[in-house]
Design a binder for this molecule. Structure first.
Ligand SMILES: Nc1nc2c(ncn2[C@@H]2O[C@H](COP(=O)(O)OP(=O)(O)OP(=O)(O)O)[C@@H](O)[C@H]2O)c(=O)[nH]1
Ligand SMILES: [Mg+2]
Length: 344
């Protein structure tokens, strides 16, 4: 641990906002000092409660999140908001003045906002966001809201760091259908129909509720916790409405979120999710390590060139040649390297 990272870690633990800002910058830019800092952070900061917020563009996520964060911080606890946009170029909004943002215009000393500008280095974006969440925890945040933009694989990956997932929909966007396509419906724990002041909000609410009860398994469930005789209770996602621009419906949303958190604690799911998340991140790193070593091995054995000439032939079968390559690489021992592949 360098003097610099030790000092930053101490400032972070003292809850200094500038230290949190700086630590996040280190981690998102994969700075050389970040690894030592993260080691300390993981050793000392407990896993916070992570709320993932997702939904198609324009649903009102950014309008909703500041109100939600403030409400969650009302009990005096610090809350961090990390807004992650995997689709925007790194030189985009996140670097240009959108670093600290609270669209409601009201500042709360217990709420920390930050747009995250990274695609994630080794281990990928979800792994980087998980690191950032822990950094926020070191600064005293017991709750971290991760807001994601866009729909797709990367978005689902980011959601895998969350314990409670909120899907934000709104009338006029066809969200119920789009959300199902993106596979978010299956993972969401609380559904929000925002823009309840607009026509069609009730229809969206009804169609989401209906979609949630389509399967035989869920048809008889009520919103929230369902006690099951002789078994652990199950959670059925509630569908609630908000008007973000008028700060309405946020209390009910908070109540559902706290109910979900209690459910996670009571059923041991919180711990289990943490274990699943860390396993997934380890696998992401593992895949990177293995791929890198295999590439190095291919280079060492000069296989690439040999295969290139085979591939140049008209009747070359790429799958057969790929198999040959795999056989050759896997048959030769791959030395375990002493160099640190991650966090040098
Ligand atoms: N009428 C109405 N408009 C709203 C409400 N909430 C948000 N809006 C408006 O809807 C638009 C989109 O809101 P955002 O909060 O930027 O939506 P978002 O989900 O963050 O969108 P992306 O960042 O593009 O994914 C803005 O013009 C908001 O002012 C609401 O409750 N009612
Ligand atoms: Mg937004």
């Amino acid at each position: 641990m360098t003097v610099l990272s030790q000092k930053l870690f101490e400032d972070l633990c003292a809850g200094r906002r500038r230290a949190l800002s700086r630590a996040i910058s280190w981690v998102e830019s994969d700075a050389p000092q970040a690894s030592a800092l993260l080691e300390e952070v993981y050793a000392h900061a407990p896993q916070p409660w992570v709320i993932g917020i997702t939904g198609v563009g324009g649903a009102g996520k950014s309008s909703l999140v500041p109100h939600l964060a403030r409400r969650l911080a009302a009990a005096g606890e610090s809350v961090a908001v990390l807004a992650v946009d995997p689709t925007s170029p790194i030189s985009g909004g996140a670097l240009l003045g959108d670093r600290l943002r609270d669209s409601s215009g009201q500042q709360d000393p217990n709420v920390f906002f930050r747009s995250v500008a990274t695609r994630g280095g080794q281990g990928g974006l979800a792994t980087c966001v998980a690191d950032l969440v822990r950094v926020a925890a070191a600064a005293g945040c017991k709750t971290v809201i991760v807001e994601t933009v866009g729909a797709g694989q990367s978005e689902l990956g980011i959601l895998q760091v969350a314990h409670s997932i909120v899907l934000v929909a709104a009338p006029g966007l066809g969200d119920d259908v789009q959300a199902q396509k993106a596979g978010v419906m299956e993972v969401a724990n609380v559904m929000v129909v925002n823009k309840a002041d607009r026509p069609g909000a009730q229809d969206v609410q009804a169609s989401l509720s209906q979609a949630l009860q389509l399967s035989e398994k869920t048809a008889h469930l009520t919103e929230g916790v369902n006690e099951i005789a002789g078994d652990l209770p199950v959670w059925h996602p509630p569908v609630t409405t908000t008007i973000a621009i008028k700060d309405q419906g946020i209390d009910t949303l908070c109540t559902w979120l706290h109910a979900h958190r209690d459910f996670l604690d009571q059923t041991g799911r919180f711990e289990k999710l943490n274990q699943e998340h860390v396993l997934r991140r380890m696998q992401a790193y593992f895949n990177e390590v293995v791929q890198r070593r295999l590439r190095e091995r291919t280079d060492q054995l000069g296989l690439d060139q040999r295969l290139r000439s085979q591939l140049a032939q008209d009747k070359a079968d790429p799958l057969a040649i790929a198999r040959q390559l795999a056989d050759a690489v896997l048959a030769s021992p791959i030395a375990s390297q002493q160099v640190n592949e991650f966090r040098p």
